[in-house]
Design a protein around this ligand. Structure first.
Ligand code: DCP
Ligand code: MG
Ligand code: MN
Length: 346
């Protein structure tokens, strides 16, 4: 394994990993102990393969790797020899495919999809007719109504146009606001799944962004830019708020998913870092922090956080804040060379 860590350049077994991962995700999505453990076995093998320095040449070589069993070794060789893993198609059973489709409805997660499936739901028409007596929350109903809109990607240019409308409105309410478009847009992607907006405000005049999101949303609703609320903050007077909803450029356009995040000015660096992503990159940064005895989240980099492992890692001690005002500072303390947003992919 020591050699593995010294390896540079792309992983020589990436194609194999991709296939194993596809199978692992299918098992993880299915109910039952068997599927659970098959998922665990594959996840372990994937981890081992990631750090393996050379292209696998034989089943014997594969099975000798710590974390890879004989059945997985067979699968690895099948991918190496044929470029394919037949087991994937076999595991895509009707229940899996239906649940996967249902999970594309905003607000429907794995458990609800499974419940609906068990109630006899197989198609979107079944959802429309509330087959089996299923009930939809208000957010799920909106998600269902705009299923096609929400599941189509947003061209970059349209994100920019919608954001420009929102930014202008926000700065009209308070010219000193700090407002940025984040997520996949900031990473330079050609199309985005949603629009992520970060808002805060320098506090040097003693004022904050407190209350701004309520006023902004009210204006955007009035102008028909924000059309539906999916998830509202509990208390709009908090400094840290998350909002999820739908918006559109004009009455002729599709509805688009939009998220707002507001944070205190002092958290802006950590929030920029978090909200730029991607999620895999964030996970590796958090892991790096953890290995150095720190804890990283959207509020900042902390030292001395104590968690209770017997209580889902609940925080026993909040720790001391050591950096949060700039992304650069957090990169520097973690010893990670600076990466531009478009480079932040794992
Ligand atoms: N994020 C994260 N972990 C999550 C969800 C989000 O770290 N489980 C962070 C990283 C994401 C950012 O928040 O980049 C925005 O979340 P999105 O779900 O909007 O993801 P992206 O904007 O990256 O992609 P998409 O184009 O699908 O919206
Ligand atoms: Mg996004
Ligand atoms: Mn988002």
């Amino acid at each position: 394994d020591k050699h593995a860590r010294q390896r540079r350049g792309p992983c020589p077994n990436l194609d194999v990993i991709a296939k194993l991962q596809e199978l692992q995700e299918i098992h993880a999505a299915k109910p039952g102990n068997d599927n659970h453990w098959r998922g665990v076995v594959l996840a372990k093998a994937i981890g081992a393969l990631r750090t393996y320095p050379t292209r696998i040449k034989s089943e014997e070589e594969a099975v000798a790797i710590f974390g890879i069993g004989p059945k997985t070794a067979q699968k690895i060789m099948e991918v190496i020899k044929t470029g394919n893993l037949r087991r994937i198609e076999c595991e895509k059973t009707e229940d899996f495919l239906v649940c996967k489709m249902l999970e594309k409805i905003y607000g429907v997660g794995r458990n609800i999809a499974r419940m609906w499936y068990n109630s006899g739901v197989r198609t979107l028409e079944d959802v429309a007719s509330r087959k089996g007596g299923i009930e939809l929350s208000i957010a799920q109903e909106i998600g269902f109504k705009y299923f096609d809109d929400i599941n189509s990607r947003i061209p970059r240019a349209e994100v920019q146009e919608i954001y420009n409308l929102i930014e202008a409105e926000a700065l009209r309410l308070d010219p000193k606001l700090f407002i940025r478009v984040m997520g996949s847009f900031r990473r330079g992607k050609a199309d985005c799944g949603d629009i992520d907006v970060l808002i805060t405000r320098p506090t040097n005049d003693g004022k904050t962004h407190r209350g701004i999101l309520r006023r902004l949303l009210s204006e955007l609703h009035k102008r028909g830019i924000v059309t539906d609320d999916l998830c509202l903050p509990k208390d709009f007077e908090d400094l840290e708020l998350v909002y999820r909803g739908l918006c559109r450029r004009d009455a002729q356009s599709r509805r688009r998913r939009i998220d707002f995040l507001t944070v205190p000015w002092t958290s802006r660096g950590a929030a920029l870092l978090y909200y730029t992503g991607d999620d895999i990159f964030n996970r590796s940064m958090r892991l790096k922090a953890r290995k150095m005895g720190y804890s990283l989240n959207q509020r900042g980099l902390f030292v001395g956080v104590v968690r209770d492992p017997s209580d889902w890692g609940r925080k026993l001690c909040a720790g001391k804040l050591i950096a949060s005002e700039s992304e650069e500072e957090i990169f520097r303390i973690l010893g990670v060379p600076w990466q531009e947003p478009h480079e932040r992919i794992r």
